[in-house]
Design a protein around this ligand. Structure first.
Ligand SMILES: [Zn+2]
Length: 243
């Protein structure tokens, strides 16, 4: 039986001498594993299809529940993601979150659209950190851990001064309303979240604040999903050197 899927290549591991096992994130079947033969040989026709971030229409042959890729038509290779360090580190976070946090064989058209839109923005546009923060906020929402209202859980006001967050309930609090379970976060993190929340269009946020917001989002993802993302550590290390 043959299937055609629109998919993004998110992970490749070596298999036998010349083959690979690919993890594809597809519109039609969600996340799936598939073998691909001979792609390590020089001049292999489907070599492009085993590159990270290759977006293609893959032709899969299924035999006893296993997929093998027998063809692929290239849609976009998002090539800039391999040329620019910031784009590379940001896109690695997208690949790892899908690889680590999304279950296999569960198609999700909304999440697929988010991933492709994020890849396009990272590849073709500037404001990479804002794109990545928006991606993470949407992903967190789709995984069921939405960060709710940004006003104080006690008095209901917008928070000025010191800000506290409860990672168990995803609520914010001002100093006077703070209860057990709330930890202090930086006002810059809170203000960056507000700025992203207020407008889905272009916003300007200082890079140093975006770094703080990213650390906060990675921390929250770690608490909610118990997953330590290696790509998050690499990105933060890179940003600390460059910002
Ligand atoms: Zn309050």
């Amino acid at each position: 039986m043959e299937y055609i899927v629109n998919a993004l290549m998110i992970r490749a591991s070596d298999y036998k001498d010349n083959d690979k096992i690919l993890t594809l994130y597809s519109l039609e079947k969600g996340k799936i594993s598939s073998g691909i033969k001979g792609v390590k040989k020089a001049g292999a026709k489907l070599k492009f299809a085993s590159e990270p971030f290759c977006f293609a229409e893959y032709v899969l042959a299924e035999k006893s529940g296993r997929f093998t890729i027998i063809g692929a038509s290239h849609l976009d290779s998002f090539y800039n993601l391999r040329l620019d360090m910031l784009k590379y580190y940001c896109s690695a976070v997208v690949l790892e979150t899908i690889n680590a946090l999304v279950p296999e064989n569960e198609p999700d058209a909304q999440l697929f659209a988010l991933v492709i839109e994020t890849a396009k923005k990272l590849n073709y546009e500037k404001s990479e950190l804002i794109t990545l923060c928006r991606y993470l906020l949407n992903l967190i929402d789709m995984l069921g851990y939405k960060i709710g209202t940004l006003t104080c859980q006690g008095c209901g006001d917008f928070i000025n001064g010191r800000v506290f967050f409860n990672p168990q309930t995803a609520e914010f609090s001002c100093l006077s309303c703070r209860e057990n379970g709330f930890m202090e976060i930086t006002p810059e993190t809170y203000n960056a979240l507000n700025a992203l929340n207020e407008s889905s269009g272009e916003v300007f946020i200082e890079s140093a604040s975006l770094l703080k917001l990213l650390r906060f989002l990675f921390f929250y993802l770690n608490v909610t999903t118990s997953t330590n993302l290696k790509s998050a550590t690499s990105l933060i290390d890179y940003l600390k050197q460059t910002i």
